[in-house]
Design a protein around this ligand. Structure first.
Ligand SMILES: [Zn+2]
Length: 106
């Protein structure tokens, strides 16, 4: 099967967000897929997790290009994205990260 580098293609403007959705739908529907979906799309586990939390491909592509919003919007502490333990949620009109277990109670 064809391997994609979905976010890179978005960064370079080769595909639109709608096309990215179509490609991921195709990969998800592929019954012969032998590798994880995020690998087939050329995405890291963190990037795929953010997508599962409702962040659009276009926005995750921006994070890859310009850096993640890696401060918890509740307590303000840095989040190590690779270690998980975070949720992507809308805050102040954009998607940001917060700790699953935040030292500062909401
Ligand atoms: Zn926090």
């Amino acid at each position: 099967m064809k391997r994609h580098d979905l976010l890179q293609e978005l960064i370079e403007g080769l595909i639109t967000d709608a096309q990215a959705e179509d490609i991921s739908d195709e990969v998800l529907a592929d019954m012969d897929r032998t590798i994880p979906v995020h690998d087939a799309l050329g995405m890291s586990r963190s990037e795929w997790t953010a997508y599962a939390h409702g962040v659009e491909f276009q926005e995750i592509a921006k994070w890859r290009a310009h850096g993640w919003p890696n401060r918890c919007f509740v307590c303000g502490q840095l989040i190590n994205v690779e270690n998980f333990g975070w949720l992507a949620r809308e805050h102040d009109g954009r998607m940001q990260l917060k700790h699953v277990v935040c030292p500062k109670k909401n």
